[in-house]
Design a protein around this ligand. Sequence first.
Ligand code: SF4
Length: 204
Amino acid sequence: MNESVFDPQAQIGNPDLKIIASLERLSEGFRVLLWEKAKVLGISPIQIQILIFIQFHGDEKCKVSTLAQEFCLTKPTVSEAVKSLEQKGLIERQTEITDTRSHTIHLTEAGKSVFAQTASFANPMLGSIAKIPSAEKGILLEQLLGVVSQLQDAGIIGAQRMCFNCAHYRSGQGSHRHFCQLLDAPLKLAELRVDCPEHEAVAG
Ligand code: SF4
């Protein structure tokens, strides 16, 4: 039988299992914090995530299809969440000039107000991360991005906008281990990006 990451006995001598189990605990913390906000405001966790995403991303990413990819959900599920947000007056859809069948989603003033109340829901996690020494934070970020990149390659999560899968990224040696051709500069470990506004997908 394959080992389970949730088996405490199997975890004892196996750091790989303990790392995965720890990530699962972090994901649980994220879920709890999101639910706390959702209960107070009377909207669902995914609706909160959509409001936050829309506020921080450009029109080209604020469509039902891209939101479905972003959150690894089906289009009907995202459509339902968007419809509910629209009925609550928190978002509005605008028809695209170039394609009248396509709509971009924008926050209304009421939506911006809910965004302001929810955007920091994950901040209670920042305190423990702040305690990690700077040099170790860079290493941690690099390793985590590597794991995320491999999850994307395996098709477990959707397309990411991070350095390791960007057309502008080059890997090298030593202090130039990571290089951004767009910025024309090496990237220190702590400068690697998770959600880069300049990210460009590698041509398939
Ligand atoms: S454009 Fe952004 S994601 Fe791409 S390599 Fe440069 S910093 Fe990283």
